[in-house]
Ligand binder design. Structure first.
Ligand SMILES: Cc1ncc(COP(=O)(O)O)c(C=O)c1O
Length: 481
């Protein structure tokens, strides 16, 4: 397998200002440890040699060696024969605290799922229209592996309305975006193929890649979004078969990929003949910016396949999504799905087509609701957990919160005692911990958000009160959560 190498200059850039009070080697070890815990240094990557890092940092080789020794003692580095020091995680770091007995709570507040309930009345109305249209289809056999023409046309029309010429023949209707991605992975990859993904990314996409025995190549997002140089280096070093990107209100970080980055990413992944799969599930949930043109407007070489879904804009229970691909690939995808399923139910597709004939009024209401709920969540977090930090996302369904200490796993382990469900940051990482991160959806009604933040604050105070923190440099690498 191609071993990813972290050049000394890249490591220095990732580290930012890391010096401070206390011995330099301890500060350096602690800063590298945070990069590992935050998923910004990929596991199994090689760190630079002591000599090159000493030259790049201006510190002596002994300092670098001492820092690497600390990391090695604490299980964040291993020595592999013939290679340099390799990033890893200590077994202790993934061990949650011992669960305590549950406290009594009238109901659970679910911060684990980022999805809205169905819009009042509309889904019912869509199915009433679908039932009326159904008799036309009853004399046919009803198998639609590529999708009903009426829905394929409605999806294609939506792409055209957003500025991307698209024909119905380019669309394959699926059971949601997750099914769409799994179909693409099954058709396009072979076991052992490398697939480039953002780190963090959507957990079930990682699951689909693991199920297909792909080798996952994570490229860390920076606090500002996509790291084009990092992406280029990973693509050059690993020549991935596929890249899976979420350019619009990225799940979980909320980042929106700027147009210039979209064209650059398309250009550079064309050089390695990498098929780019863009997941646009959240694209229409723009809260503070206009909805972007579909990513594929930057595609000059037919190397972009887009997936979309009605789950987040309309309702997850519809189980309707799609793939937009070059026509021949769309046909091959339709044929390939026969080993798993023979098409999406006609009634659901008719309901979907009815909903898509005029989606803007509902989308407008959805955006306003999400904006209001996002602002409420932010307000309560500011009041009750001011030490939690996040970037205000311009769209999507959640905040990606950074905790002041790596206590995410402990919060998740203890959440049910406080009547909460939380998803661990590590679900969004490939072989990483992301122990300082939590995704907090703002898809709950305002009253639930208020109560949820109150419970979160009590949970957090209890957990940090119990645990040994990493703030003391003399105790830099003990993680007791
Ligand atoms: C980025 C992303 N892709 C795919 C999905 C799955 O969507 P679907 O319900 O359409 O399968 C989700 C749902 O959370 C998502 O956030």
């Amino acid at each position: 397998m191609t071993q990813r190498k972290i050049p000394a200059a890249t490591l220095m850039q990732l580290l930012g200002p890391w010096t401070g009070r206390g011995p330099a080697y301890v500060n350096l070890a602690r800063a590298i440890q945070h990069l590992v815990l935050d998923g910004r240094l990929p596991l199994a990557a090689q760190l630079p040699s002591e000599r090159t890092l000493a030259a790049a940092s201006g510190f002596g080789r002994n300092t670098i060696k001492a820092a690497y020794d600390v990391l090695q003692d604490d299980g964040f580095l291993v020595l592999r024969p013939g290679v340099r020091r390799v990033v890893t995680l200590p077994p202790l770091a993934t061990t949650p605290g011992v669960p305590l007995p549950p406290l009594s709570h009238p109901h659970l507040i679910d911060f684990a799922a980022a999805a809205l309930p169905a819009p009042e009345g509309l889904i019912h109305e869509a199915f009433m229209h679908a039932l009326t249209a159904l008799p036309t289809y009853l004399p046919t056999h009803g198998y639609t592996p590529l999708g009903l023409p009426v829905l394929r046309s409605a999806v294609a029309a939506r792409y055209r309305a957003r500025g991307l010429p698209t024909t119905p023949e380019q669309i394959v209707i699926t059971f949601g975006a997750q099914h769409a991605f799994s179909l693409i992975v099954r058709l396009v990859t072979s076991p052992g193929d490398r697939v480039l993904v953002d780190q963090p990314t959507y957990p079930h996409a990682l699951d689909a890649l693991r199920a297909a025995s792909c080798r996952i190549v994570p490229v860390a997002l920076t606090p500002g979004g996509w790291d084009v140089e990092g992406l280029a280096a990973a693509a050059r070093q690993t020549v991935p078969r596929l890249a899976y990107l979420i350019p619009d209100f990225h799940n979980p970080t909320g980042h929106l990929m700027p147009d210039a980055v979209r064209s650059e990413v398309t250009r550079l992944l064309h050089q390695t003949r990498t098929l780019i799969v863009v997941d646009e599930t959240l694209a229409e949930l723009a809260l503070a910016v206009p909805v972007s043109a579909p990513f594929a407007v930057h595609d000059r070489h037919a190397t972009v396949v887009s997936i979309g879904s009605m789950s987040k804009s309309f309702w997850g229970g519809l189980r309707l999504g799609w793939i937009r691909a070059p026509r021949d690939l769309a046909e091959r995808l339709g044929a390939a799905r026969a080993s798993v399923d023979l098409g999406t139910p006609v009634l659901e597709q008719l309901a979907g087509a009815w909903l898509l004939r005029d989606p803007d009024p509902l989308l407008g209401r959805r955006r306003k609701q999400l904006r209001d709920q996002r602002d409420v969540l932010v307000e309560y977090l500011g009041q009750q957990l001011p030490e939690w930090t996040y970037r205000l996302p311009e769209g999507g369904l959640s905040l990606w919160v950074t905790l002041p200490q790596p206590v995410g796993p402990a919060l998740v382990a203890q959440a049910s005692r406080f009547g909460l469900r939380l998803t661990a940051g590590e679900r969004f990482a490939h072989d990483g911990l992301l122990a300082r991160q939590l995704r907090l959806p703002f898809t709950q009604p305002v009253a639930e958000l208020r109560e949820g933040v109150t419970r979160l604050a009590r949970l957090f105070r209890e957990v940090v009160g119990q645990d040994v923190l990493l703030d003391d440099p003399g105790n830099a690498t003990r993680l007791e959560v």
